[in-house]
Design a protein around this ligand. Structure first.
Ligand code: HMG
Ligand code: MG
Length: 312
């Protein structure tokens, strides 16, 4: 298996935490429902490939996301592998939190929107109403000692509203973080962001008291900008990067959202810089090839294609 030549670059972190979203963001968008045993095997393979943080599933309405209706069953199958502060699940409301707590989950993620249109399409709520829905979830989660992430979607553009003012993103981000969340994940849900935009938003968040140490970045690769945007964020001090093995992903309620930044593409780039991730790239590529077999189509990841010799 080939790897990149290692040449360090100043201004880059020594270690990056990859927050793997394939089992959740990837599989929520598949037309076919993936059998729960295959999902469990996917998570196990990701963990054994060295991924520290793996978001396993969502406790959302099964009418809204039937692909993840088996979340409780999945966690039962996973046992200890699916528990802990680095196995978060998505919860939109107290009903979801109750179901997650019943499974012994120790980390949850709420997910808001910087725009009104997407808040309504994804949560059936206005921005204000969705924050009101999240407030008791975060309060109770923290009282139970859980780690809490706040996703914020449409930070870099919205398919219905177009440009999203940076001040608007900062305002909603601050309200989400003020609920008591540990980490903010900036979602480029439809992948339209570019590098200068990343710098400007991170600057504005920093000025408003949300520093890079509390931020993760979540880039979808629709326009091929995800890796460039990630490096803009790393240069800004961010060290948590969301990615999806094989580049699976999208959002069923966001027009034109494609897969996330592929974990393999990210690991290749980080390996080249000598930045530690703890990940076995070969095992990850094998996992993507295996998953592509179950999904019936090849992975869109360039690194998977190159390393698997085009036979995935
Ligand atoms: P609603 O229809 O307004 O809610 O949906 P409701 O309270 O009226 O409930 C409707 C039905 O769902 C009821 O069932 C509830 O019991 C049930 P019925 O009584 O009719 O049989 N229900 C639930 N069932 C299980 N678990 C729950 C739950 N809540 C209600 N937690 C709601 C509101 C928030 C529930 C709905 O809009 C929803 O589930 N939305 C989730 C959409 C979603 O998961 N989207 C993808 C994740 S976000 C994303 O991908 C973006 C991200 O990757 C970042 C980025 O890229 O930008 C994170
Ligand atoms: Mg996403």
């Amino acid at each position: 298996m080939r790897g990149p030549q290692r040449e360090a670059q100043s201004g880059m972190p020594g270690r990056v935490t990859i927050y793997e979203v394939g089992p959740r963001d990837g599989l929520q968008n598949e037309k076919a429902v993936v059998p729960v045993e295959v999902k469990a095997e996917f998570v196990r393979r990701l963990v054994s490939a060295g991924l520290d943080t793996v978001e396993t599933t969502s406790f959302v309405s099964p009418q809204w996301v039937p692909q993840l209706a088996d979340s409780a069953e999945l966690l039962t199958l996973l046992g200890e592998v699916g528990r802990g502060r680095n196995r978060p699940v998505l919860v939109p409301n107290e009903r979801g939190l109750d179901a997650a707590l019943a499974q012994g989950v120790q980390a949850v993620a709420i997910f808001g929107s910087a725009t009104e249109t997407f808040a309504r399409k994804n949560l059936n709520r206005s921005v204000d109403e969705s924050i009101a829905m999240f407030a008791p979830v975060v309060t109770r989660a923290r009282a139970e000692g859980l780690w809490v992430r706040a996703y914020l979607s449409m930070c870099f553009g919205d398919p219905w509203e177009g440009d999203v003012p940076i001040a608007q993103v900062v305002e909603v981000a601050s309200r989400m973080m003020d609920l008591g969340c540990d980490q903010l994940s900036l979602g480029d849900t439809i992948g339209t962001g570019t590098t200068g935009h990343v710098h400007r938003l991170l600057d504005a968040l920093d000025t408003n008291g949300i520093g890079a140490e509390r931020i993760g970045v979540h880039f979808h690769d629709t326009y091929g900008q995800a890796l460039a945007n990630t490096f803009a964020a790393l240069a800004h001090g961010v060290t948590v990067v969301d990615a999806s093995t094989g580049g699976l992903g999208g959002c069923p309620y966001a027009k034109s959202a494609t897969g996330n930044l592929a974990t393999e593409d990210l690991v290749w780039a980080l390996d080249g810089l000598g930045i530690e991730t703890g990940i076995d790239l070969e095992a990850l590529v094998e996992t993507s090839v295996w998953m592509a077999g179950h999904l019936g189509r090849p992975s869109p990841s360039r690194v998977v294609k190159a390393l698997a010799g085009g036979d995935d």
